[in-house]
Ligand binder design. Structure first.
Ligand code: PLP
Length: 399
């Protein structure tokens, strides 16, 4: 088969290579502690599950409108108002199969060859591939640990060119957990106000996974003058632990939302009726579980943070949100393991952890910054403790 040239824009992701190695080791009978989870481990809310059963009992499971059921768009409208103080009319709301599809539709509907999309790094590994698939060019602006992984306004300003179509933004971030404060968002907004041709695509999926006294805010809320050129994207996946329901949504300018719908109408069409019923129940239902779950994750964050920071050659800061610690392994680079092999890259380091002590994490290069690794604290507490101890042992054995 001769494949379409667009397929050459994808590279196999380093995290897939690591997952394959985990599977091989498990097949050999090794026990692997996985600190790689990208989804919370809480159950979906009971009222969301009940809504699915009710729908099935009523046999009310037909095709749904491309832009979402009326109940879903009303629930999203109310959510944006309640949580983000954003007003969207019903025809300004898109509903897709997860935030991933909503982001994908936005880019596919708007990006052409020659368009640039600014992506602050470290970034979620899907963003660059989505931009490339749409025919655009990702422009990375990387912020290091010394900047708390947050881009400075001057760095954003320097990256903007006449070709910039979108600024694609995620806070709290995957993989670093960095969350921008209101004032930090305002400073970025001030730059964007000076460049009216740049549109803003915010990925707010980690909105409710936020810790300590950090407060979530989103760009269109902070700077209402950006509202007309911002697509605000979110989903029930991480907030309500409903990743498998596959429901995401966005609010934005009517013309962009309409084109996103056109895109979706010829691919997956309307989102599953079951998923949307569950999402409506979650968005309209009690919200107090969100803070309780964030507090639970915050406790687990503390366990992993202590363990990693006590390991020789590793250094990390407490993330503000999401569910990951992005940890430097600079102190392990150039060292030799007991088998004599030299650790040259963060990929070598993560493979060393996997092979020597059976702990899986993801190498920073997958997210555009080395030498780091991403460790998820969504794991049972005993795995965080044992996994952390094993990482310390492996680091101590490096010479
Ligand atoms: N955006 C970010 C930053 C993510 O980390 C993920 C999932 O890992 C998604 C979007 C996808 O979310 P959804 O399940 O709503 O498609």
């Amino acid at each position: 088969m001769e494949f379409a040239p667009r397929m050459s824009r994808f590279k196999p992701s380093p995290s897939q290579i690591a997952s394959a190695r985990v599977r091989d080791l498990q097949a050999e009978g090794r026990t692997i502690i996985k600190l790689t989870a990208g989804e919370p481990d809480f159950p979906a809310p009971d009222h969301a599950k009940r809504a699915v059963l009710d729908l099935m009992e009523r046999n009310d499971i037909q095709y749904t409108p491309i832009n979402g059921t009326l109940a879903m768009r009303q629930a999203v409208q109310a959510k944006f108002k309640r949580d983000n103080d954003l007003d969207y009319a019903l025809d300004q709301i898109a509903v897709g199969s997860g935030a991933k599809q909503v982001l994908f539709n936005t880019l596919m509907a708007t990006v052409s060859a020659g368009d640039e999309v600014i992506i602050p790094g470290p970034y979620w590994a899907s963003y660059p591939d989505m931009v490339k698939l749409a025919g655009g060019t990702p422009v990375f602006v990387s912020a290091g640990q010394n900047e708390k992984f947050k881009m400075r306004p001057s760095e954003l300003a320097a990256a903007i060119t006449p070709q910039t179509k979108w600024f694609m933004f995620c806070s709290p971030s995957n993989p670093t957990g960095a969350a921008y404060s209101w004032d930090e968002l305002q400073a970025l907004a001030d730059v964007l106000l000076a460049h009216p041709h740049v549109h803003i695509l915010t990925d707010d999926v980690y909105e409710h996974l936020i810790f300590d006294d950090h407060k979530f805010a989103t760009l269109a809320q902070v700077e209402p003058r950006l509202y007309d050129r911002t697509v605000t994207c979110n989903s029930v996946s991480k907030a309500f632990s409903m990743t498998g329901f596959r429901v995401g949504y966005a609010g934005g300018p009517k013309d962009i939302i309409a084109k996103m719908s056109n895109m979706q109408s010829q691919s997956t069409a309307g989102v599953s009726a079951l998923g949307q019923a569950a999402a409506v129940a979650a968005l309209n239902g009690p919200q107090d579980l969100l803070a309780e779950r964030a507090a639970n994750l915050q406790r687990r964050r503390g366990i992993l943070f202590e363990k990693l920071n006590a390991a020789k050659g590793l250094s990390c800061d407490l993330p503000d949100g999401a569910m990951y610690i992005f940890c430097s392994c600079a102190g392990a680079i150039g060292k030799r393991g007991p088998d004599g092999r030299v650790i040259e890259t963060d990929t070598d380091f993560t493979m060393y952890l996997l092979d020597s002590v059976g702990v899986a994490v993801v190498q920073g290069v997958a997210y555009g910054l080395s030498p780091y690794f991403r460790a998820s604290f969504v794991a049972p507490e005993e795995d965080l403790i044992r996994g952390g101890d094993l990482i310390q042992e492996a680091c101590a054995a490096l010479v």
